[in-house]
Design a protein around this ligand. Structure first.
Ligand SMILES: [Zn+2]
Length: 473
């Protein structure tokens, strides 16, 4: 829209709608600060360079590993170097799932070596591996129709096309137990991703405690669709699978915390976060090194701009997002007494695509949780969302104006469940699901300008939350 037309439209709306008048005054009041945060973000390559250090000097860092310990020490040093106050670690116990040798190949109709990655928290195969026939299904309905007669003693392959992370990832998470219910000896899942160069995507599974635990791995899209074609031709698929891994419980780990202490209301907290742990392949660049650095970079941009937020901005790098959420749960438990003073908990954990806006979460823990909101809760949500929408004019230069109800993040989920408004960062995820949880999640794919702009978007959001009259509550 032409600037002049927009100005005329806005000024005529101003006379009619009081809400728009409020939005304008907030936007006018904070426009200089927002411009300063944008300016400092675009001029700084510090966060980008720091992410390069984390990726190249530490690399991937699964919970409980020596690499995650190194990353925690690096994060303490980096937060201090960026000028944060009260930098410290908070101890958390985490499971250490340690991958061993992994092999799979088909024996019939032809011998093919398969590209696999064992799923996190999977049990190992027995010594010498498992050899069994494969049954290919495209959904849980198909599995249920086959029942025990079609599944017992076999390896179930879920060949389910990617239709978005939410609807597809459940086959990875609960597929093993669903197959075990009918007597399957192992399960495989087509990698949950939108593109493949024979790159399997790992990720966690969750066993149903009432059913036998069977080993489970992701296969590349290339290999999964090949087996689907073999099955459609009526060919018998015999497969050999070996997974060596072990699970070591209760290993010491930590969340890393640093702050900009509020100038007027230090007890009121705006939490910015990402998770420092990653899968044990690739470099954990987009999942979620970049989310950590977006949050830290946003705090640094506010400091670099010379701004002194009224409330405290607290940056938290969580541990163990990928396979347990013990960092997020432990944080909630340790801080229960002060959660009433948290004005929002923001998490950045969807890669490095351009930020399109933010989502407001009043639900918290548990994906796909259906909430039957009371009229009072709905009214509260609408009021808070309108407040968030009033920030949008300040995010126009970044095209990050989309404000909607939605999710926040796994790590802040437990805190959000206690009534703290959650804020998710809505990235363009077009290219994220291509590399998510694969060997290809590496630093070279981080686009510097996108990262600088995303830091600015999070910085502006954080500053407004720390400054504004009233809160989202
Ligand atoms: Zn993540």
């Amino acid at each position: 829209m032409h600037v002049m037309v927009r100005t005329i439209l806005v000024s005529s709306l101003l006379q009619m709608v009081p809400f728009v008048a409020n939005a304008q005054s907030l936007a006018d009041r904070y426009r200089p600060a927002a411009a300063q945060i944008l300016g400092t973000s675009l001029q700084s390559s510090t966060a980008y360079d720091q992410l390069g250090e984390l990726c190249d000097q530490v690399g991937n860092r699964i919970s409980g590993s020596a690499q995650l310990d190194q990353a925690i020490a690096w994060a303490v040093k980096t937060m201090k170097a960026d000028g944060l106050q009260n930098v410290h670690t908070e101890k958390i116990l985490v499971p250490y799932w340690k991958r061993g040798a992994e092999k799979a190949w088909t024996l019939t109709p032809q011998q093919h070596e398969l590209s696999i990655l064992g799923l996190g928290m999977s049990v190992a195969t027995p010594r010498g591996g498992i050899t069994a026939d494969v049954v290919v299904v495209g959904s849980f309905d198909e599995l249920d129709k086959l029942g025990e007669a079609g599944v017992k003693g076999k390896i179930v392959l879920y060949d389910v096309p990617f239709t978005g992370y939410g609807p597809t990832v459940m086959y990875r998470v609960i597929g093993a137990s669903r197959a075990a219910k009918y007597g399957a000896v192992a399960s495989l899942v087509r990698s949950v991703g939108s593109l493949s160069f024979d790159t399997p995507h790992t990720g966690t599974l969750a066993y149903d405690g009432k059913l036998p635990k069977i080993p489970s791995a992701a296969v590349s899209i290339e290999n999964s669709t090949m087996m689907r074609r073999m099955a459609l031709r009526g060919e018998r698929i015999q497969l050999h699978l070996e997974l060596e891994n072990e699970l070591i419980p209760n290993q010491p780990s930590a969340n890393v915390v640093g702050e900009i202490v509020g100038s007027e209301k230090p007890g009121e907290v705006v939490l910015l976060s990402g998770h420092l742990d990653s899968w044990d392949v690739g470099q954990g660049a987009q999942d979620d090194g970049v989310g950590c650095m977006n949050s830290l970079g946003a705090a640094k941009a506010i400091l670099d701009a010379g701004l002194k937020p009224r409330r405290t901005i607290r940056v938290v790098f969580f541990t163990n997002e990928e396979n347990g959420d013990f960092g997020g749960k432990g944080y909630r438990d340790a801080h229960k007494a002060e959660l009433g003073n948290f004005v929002a908990a923001l998490e950045s954990d969807s890669g490095n695509g351009p930020v399109k806006g933010f989502s407001l979460d009043f639900h918290g823990e548990g994906r796909n949780k259906v909430i039957t909101a009371t009229p009072e809760e709905k009214a509260r949500a609408e009021k808070s969302l309108n407040l968030l929408k009033s920030f949008a004019p300040l995010l126009e230069p970044l095209d990050a104006t989309r404000m909607e109800m939605g999710g926040s993040g796994t790590d802040v989920g437990p805190t959000v469940s206690e009534g703290v408004p959650g804020i998710g960062v809505s990235h363009d995820t077009t290219h994220y699901w291509e590399i998510h949880h694969t060997k290809a999640d590496t630093f070279d794919k981080i686009i510097k300008l996108d990262m600088q702009r995303n830091i600015a978007a999070v910085g502006i959001m954080a500053y407004l939350l720390a400054e504004m009259e009233g809160t989202l509550r």
